[in-house]
Design a protein around this ligand. Structure first.
Ligand code: HEM
Length: 143
């Protein structure tokens, strides 16, 4: 049976990510992603992800993507080529519940952003961008 792939009617996110890399720096983004993935590992979507050290490796990949898209060096692109994020997420069934869970794991790791070098409005801008970007990762219709 072939999988029904849902395409969000809103299409890909328009506009670029907030360029927060200069405020955050590389180490902060590795640490933030590690914290996000720790939360993911304890969440309802944990089964989609690898476990243990492999989960932390996956978190470094996410950090490298974020480093690039937030205005830092293109480490992810150098290692893996064009991001093609929606395509890379197609092997996983991502519905709105999975998206909301993912966003919650991120939001809880980020907190108010102060310990990541961000002001409240920068924190809000990052979350708003992630909310838009994550919508395009959804590939399974609400049941
Ligand atoms: C909408 C909810 C999302 C879910 C449920 C989800 C789930 C996943 C899963 C299961 C993987 C594979 C993990 C692995 O084995 O390496 C993955 C990879 C990845 N995700 Fe997401 N993701 C979501 C949203 C996002 C968003 C918004 C971003 C960008 C900030 C992102 C960035 C990445 C990156 C960079 C990878 C590694 C891709 C690769 O090179 O293989 N994800 N995601």
């Amino acid at each position: 049976m072939t999988k029904d792939i849902y395409t969000p009617p809103s299409g890909p996110l328009q506009g670029s990510a907030p360029l927060l890399f200069p405020k955050m720096g590389q180490e902060t983004l590795y640490q933030l992603s590690a914290d996000v993935y720790q939360n993911i590992g304890k969440s309802e979507i944990a089964d989609m992800f690898p476990k243990g050290e492999a989960l932390m490796e996956a978190s470094r990949k996410q950090a490298e993507f974020l480093i690039g898209i937030l205005g830092g060096p293109p480490i992810y692109m150098e290692k893996h080529g064009h991001p093609r994020m929606r395509a890379r997420h197609l092997p996983f069934e991502i519905d709105e519940f999975a998206r909301q869970t993912w966003l919650r794991c991120f939001r809880e790791a980020l907190g108010d952003g102060a310990n990541r070098g961000l002001t409240p409005s920068e924190t809000a801008a990052l979350m708003a961008w992630l909310e838009g970007f994550s919508a395009w990762m959804v590939n399974k219709a609400p049941s």
